[in-house]
Design a protein around this ligand. Sequence first.
Ligand SMILES: Cc1cc2nc3c(=O)[nH]c(=O)nc-3n(C[C@H](O)[C@H](O)[C@H](O)COP(=O)(O)OP(=O)(O)OC[C@H]3O[C@@H](n4cnc5c(N)ncnc54)[C@H](O)[C@@H]3O)c2cc1C
Length: 383
Amino acid sequence: MSRVYDVAIVGSGIVGLGAAYAAATRGQRVIVIDRASEPMGSTVRNFGHLCIGAQAGVAREYADASRPLWLQLSRDAGFWLRESGTLVVARHDDELRLLEAAARDGGIELLDADDIERRTPVRARIAVGGAHVAPDLQTDPRAAGPAIRAHLASLGVEFLLRTSVGRVTAGLVQTSRGDIHAGLVVVAVNHDVDQLLPDLAEAVGVQRCGLDMLRVRADIPALTAPLLTGWSLVRYGRFAALPEVAVLRERLHDERPDLAAIDINQMYTQLPDGSFIVGDTHARGAGIPPFQSEAASDLMLEEFRGLFGVSPRVVERWQGIYATGPDEFLVAEPESDLVVLAATTGIGMTTGLGLAETTLAPRLGTRLMSHADAVPHREGTLR
Ligand SMILES: Cc1cc2nc3c(=O)[nH]c(=O)nc-3n(C[C@H](O)[C@H](O)[C@H](O)COP(=O)(O)OP(=O)(O)OC[C@H]3O[C@@H](n4cnc5c(N)ncnc54)[C@H](O)[C@@H]3O)c2cc1C
């Protein structure tokens, strides 16, 4: 097999799908290659939290660029997405101080304790206040990726699945089903960049971050938006950049070294079927052991009980891995017309569509068509 395309994309997670969307809506002949038969990567393993308002700098630019793409794709591809914003519960004054400082830049509405009790299922008198981060969205990660993939296929994007890529160079993708030639090659393989392009990954310090996740059922009122805690505030760029974060981080680490040791991001989303995604732990390294500690799960469940006052029932556990590095994004062109894209922190679902659009638009030109009037080059295929 030898084929020729305008754009060949390795990886069909949200970044690869974003690249395919950017190219297909500009009239390019596009192929996406993935070794998996179904979406299996980070893009289906996350919270579905499109955490736009908590980002800063270039992450905020990519997040803002992603927002209209998410809205458009949810309409066109027909998957669940809500403009819920994000709720933050503050359980301590230092969390409130940080939220107040961040709110000065807009897009964050401060809430008092009564508001938080009314708007979330947290236990009575546990909150001292909180906030609503307005621009944020929520989707179901298990539905969004497959729906976008099917939509792109309907626009004429070809998908070559169960096909491993062994080598990429300018203009050429060598796969387990033969060579693919393309004017532009986009590599969007997340942490696996350390296998496909190990020299690049080493040069920019990309490693892996492993996360333990739970899905639970619990008899509590609905979560109308993703819910963050102080443990989330210390990690997201907009909050983490503020001087007020230092006091909060120190207190959290002093009070709960056990949670600090698993590098918890205590946060929750509720899926359309009523179950809750509970997370999450973080461990970084060149390789991530597959053995998930039950002690870490116990801590996450204990924190759930502490916040909501009921014992959840675990229905699923899984591990996720994403690329991590000293910078928030990997945008590289190791050879001309070979572009490598990755979110190298845990915000790729929020930023991935915008990362692809922003990076590729200057090469691909103006959109020739919106998804609505896109004319397929040929029947799209899912193989
Ligand atoms: C547990 C967890 C929770 C998270 N929560 C959030 C969240 O709520 N909000 C948020 O914004 N972000 C979140 N993230 C981060 C986000 O999910 C990722 O940053 C994003 O999904 C990465 O997308 P991707 O397309 O780069 O990678 P992936 O979705 O992992 O896709 C990469 C694809 O490349 C394919 N591939 C790799 N190597 C090859 C090869 N050699 N040949 C062929 N195919 C190959 C893989 O099969 C895979 O399908 C979370 C991540 C995890 C793991």
